[in-house]
Design a protein. Structure first.
Length: 234
């Protein structure tokens, strides 16, 4: 935890619950999806039901990558070779964070939900993994801190997703890799989905274009159902 504190650009934080809490009182979520992510029920079923079934269907059901294949894809997208300091943005219960741990120097998961992080801490045994409760849009870390940044299944929940990309860009070292998994636009359904759930659907060139505007190179994208995977180098 002391190593994590040295990465921050803000002092303080309470670590009594096993993660470094920089937020204090619970923030009030605005959308249905955001409220769900901060509920006490979702962390209990996230890995067994929510991710394989709901997100699995979004990836094209049996035609999309499995969770195991997806984690292997993530390692390839970040081009991990060992010894990296990695950030997992909006880490939820830590499934992606833990998948990044083998071979890494340090993996930090950040999320705003205390209930998600309680589950993450409980389920994590890796000595090189730590968690921070903080703002995933305005990341509380010093500039050029991480060798790699991942944000899987979260960008579409942010009220200001492109501010979040700015923040991820800032904390990523030059030459570092960024890997995103987010939604794809469904013709005719975007406004309905946004209004009912708060989930944003991105056009196929929206995220890749935003990364190129921010100076990223080697930008590539693959799609599966209503999901897109985007990787890039700073």
């Amino acid at each position: 935890m002391e190593r994590v504190r040295k990465l921050l650009d803000v002092p303080g934080g309470d670590s009594s619950r096993g993660y470094l809490d920089l937020l204090g009182a619970e923030q009030v979520p605005l959308s249905f999806a955001q409220r769900l992510m901060q509920s006490t029920q979702l962390p209990l079923v996230y890995e067994r039901l929510w991710r394989p079934y709901l997100i699995g269907l979004s990836k094209g059901g049996p035609f999309g990558p499995s969770t195991v294949q997806e984690m292997a894809m993530l390692h390839d997208m970040l081009r991990l070779s060992g010894g990296e300091v990695i950030l997992d943005v909006a880490c939820g219960p830590g499934n992606v964070t833990r998948a990044l741990a083998p071979g890494a120097d340090l993996v930090v998961g950040i999320d705003a939900s205390a209930t998600m992080l309680d589950t993450a801490v409980r389920d994590t045994r890796d000595a090189n993994v730590e968690y921070v409760r903080g703002d995933a849009v305005s990341l509380p870390f010093s500039s050029e801190t991480f060798d790699a940044v991942a944000c899987f299944a979260a960008l579409y929940l942010f009220d200001r997703p492109f501010d979040a990309l700015d923040s991820m860009t800032r904390v990523l070292r030059p030459g570092g890799r960024l890997a995103l998994m987010t939604t794809r636009r469904v013709p005719g359904l975007e406004e309905i989905v946004r209004r009912v759930t708060g989930v944003r659907l991105f056009a196929d060139d929206e995220v890749t274009g935003a990364l190129r505007e921010r100076g990223f190179t080697d930008v590539s994208q693959r799609t599966s159902g209503f999901i897109q995977y985007v990787e890039a180098s700073r």
